[in-house]
Design a protein around this ligand. Structure first.
Ligand code: ARG
Length: 274
């Protein structure tokens, strides 16, 4: 009896030791995520494709296709890792969580690498920096030349984005309307349900170019210093995955490729909108 108990005890202790060793080994192995991606031969990327020119959808050969400069960037990373790239479209407020749950390997979605988000995720070196702007109905633009004009009015921002905080902190008199879909924000602006929408400039420009009844208020300047540059999100302790991704971004930036991706995709978004 005593012997049996002792053996059971040893077995239990060994099992616990084996488990913890296995768990910490995995984390400690800097190749862990790279190996995992190479084993699957697929890099799964989370994004919210309602954000031209970075990620949006076009009809290609009768099929809905996700395109954009973030898609081009993801494909370059896939090439460097020698794997194919699979895109997972979702609402922006689920994009980061999907990296945490392992549903996606990384997220590339015009994500601002804020200090808050850096607590929970690793971020690549930044690949783009944008200013925030306000868009309004063109016919109303004269009445909305400064932030005080939005006192008591509704201003929309996409749910889960840094633009929500910009409205809260910098358009103090306005009521924030958080919406999941950017297309809905644009519709509500066009029909007057909201008076303004805050976007980063490239996205605002793409929407305004496609909707001549809208305009950017150039006199309104936001402090965008706290909204941070775009970077790729990956799980904490990404080790060599971050190294590989940083290498690709640094090279693309040096070659002026990111700017080129943004420019060609902006043009593509305009032809697609017609
Ligand atoms: N840069 C902003 C943020 O990270 C907005 C990103 C929204 N991206 C998108 N694909 N909808 O909060």
């Amino acid at each position: 009896m005593k012997m049996k108990k002792m053996i059971l005890g040893i077995v239990a202790v060994t099992a616990v030791l084996a488990l913890t060793a296995c768990g910490s080994d995995k984390k400690a192995d800097p190749n862990h995520y790279v190996d995992q991606i190479k084993d699957k031969k697929t890099l799964t990327v989370a994004l919210n494709p309602e954000f031209a020119p970075f990620e949006f959808q076009v009809i290609k050969d009768g099929k809905n296709t996700i395109v954009g400069s973030d898609v081009d960037l993801a494909n370059e990373i896939g090439k460097a890792l020698g794997v194919k790239v699979k895109f997972q479209a979702m609402d922006f407020n689920n994009v980061l969580a999907s990296v945490e749950s392992g549903k996606a390997d990384i997220a590339i979605s015009g994500i601002s690498a804020t200090p808050e988000r850096q607590k929970a995720y690793d971020f690549s070196t930044s690949y783009y920096t944008a200013q925030n702007v306000m868009i309004v109905q063109k016919s109303q633009a004269d009445a909305y030349q400064n932030l005080a004009a939005f006192d008591g009015k509704k201003v929309a921002a996409q749910k889960g984005t840094v633009q929500e905080n910009i409205v809260k902190d910098q358009v103090k008199g306005a009521n924030l309307v958080s919406l999941t879909k950017n297309g809905q924000m644009i519709n509500e602006l066009k029909n007057g349900t909201v008076s303004g929408v805050v976007f980063e400039e490239p996205i605002a420009k793409a929407y305004v170019a496609a909707n001549p009844d809208l305009a950017i208020v150039t006199n309104i300047k936001f402090d965008s210093s706290k909204s941070d540059s775009y970077a790729i999100a990956m799980p904490k302790d990404s080790g060599n995955l971050k190294k590989e991704i940083d290498k690709v971004i640094t090279q693309l930036k040096a070659d002026g490729k990111i700017e080129e991706f943004v420019k060609t995709n902006f043009e593509l978004s305009q032809t697609a909108a017609k």
